[in-house]
Design a protein around this ligand. Structure first.
Ligand code: PBG
Length: 311
């Protein structure tokens, strides 16, 4: 009766990995229990999402290496993996919300989120134009939320304007406003097949320095000003202080991403029976709520929904 915060299935967002082809279910290295699915197979997972009443899924593609280019133009292919998945999922499960990642990293031969110059740094303004087209394509296909995860400056304003001017005023933007240059993303980069492309390069010239918190507030403020409907902080657990000050300062719907490395840590410890998986996962998810999150992206969403039914 005196609990100040609660966790429910309404708080959960499930990230899902897609791969082309048919009848493919591939395990992801370093993320036991997480798979990449071809579109026909993903429908079975979304069925479960629907049964459990999880409100939202987030789609991420592993693109065939042959389709990757320096400019990542496959990201704009209307017959690409993500557009196909949006259309098929929406047709069968119109009530499941779909969020799509807006960034070029699965599509580029260099694994960076944007276009790059000779020295390997990203070209901010040229990239924004492609991100705008990618967002419009997903909105047209039926995505409910577009989620720019690239950290280019100024992209939220350009995307918001493009959506408004093209009859997509209902499409929402969840801005990955404070995205840190983190070593917790490595399993994800294997999942989308970008780690080999990225090689020894990192994303420090556009993602945030883990030493900074005031900068996060600036990034969030800019994105709100430019028209973001919701804010995301990433990674999750090591950055709950950022979630807290963001929510406290701006009072906006604030989300966090319990990222791949966080999943892998809990999973590895649980498989070794060092930790009780169910209790640890539910405790971490409740901690996100306590810090001020409206919702959490977690690879544990289906498990958590099942565990919450048992309580
Ligand atoms: C890139 C992107 C990343 C994640 C989501 N979108 C990784 C990166 O910035 O290299 C990470 C998610 C996770 O680790 O679970 N656009």
């Amino acid at each position: 009766m005196v609990a100040e915060n609660t966790l429910s299935v309404d708080d959960l967002i499930l990230p899902l990995f897609l791969v082309d082809g048919k009848k493919r279910v591939e395990s992801v290295d370093a993320m036991p229990g997480v798979f990449r699915y071809s579109v026909d197979e993903i429908l079975k997972v979304v069925e479960k999402v629907s049964q459990k009443k999880i409100p939202l899924i987030a789609l991420f593609p592993k693109i065939d290496i042959k389709l990757k280019t320096n400019d990542g133009k496959e990201a704009l292919n209307p017959e690409g993996l993500i557009p196909e998945a949006i259309v098929k999922i929406k047709k069968e499960f119109p009530n499941i919300g779909i969020m799509t990642d807006v960034a070029l990293d699965p599509y580029t031969t260099h694994g960076q989120d944007g276009l790059i110059s000779e020295d390997g740094t990203v070209k901010n303004d040229e990239t924004i134009d492609i991100l705008k087209q990618q967002s419009l394509l997903y909105a047209e296909m039926g995505a409910d939320i577009v989620a720019p995860s690239d950290m280019m400056d100024g992209r939220i304003g350009v995307i918001r304007n493009a959506l408004e001017n093209n009859n997509h005023c209902i499409t929402k933007i969840m801005a990955y406003s404070a995205k840190y240059s983190s070593s917790f993303y490595n399993p994800f980069r294997d999942a989308v097949g970008s780690s080999k492309n990225l090689g020894d390069f990192d994303k420090k010239n556009y993602q945030m320095d883990p030493a900074n918190s005031l900068e996060a507030l600036t990034e969030v403020e800019l994105d709100i000003f430019e028209g973001a409907d919701m804010i995301m902080i990433k990674p999750g657990l090591p950055y709950l202080d950022i979630v807290y000050i963001t929510k406290d300062t701006f009072k906006m719907p604030t989300f966090a991403y319990q990222v791949s490395g966080e999943y892998s840590m809990i999973k590895a410890a649980s498989l070794n029976q060092y930790l009780d998986e169910k209790n640890v996962v539910l405790e971490t998810l409740l901690s996100f709520k306590r810090a001020g999150c409206s919702g959490i992206l977690t690879y544990y969403a289906i498990d958590a929904a099942e565990w919450l039914e048992e309580i």
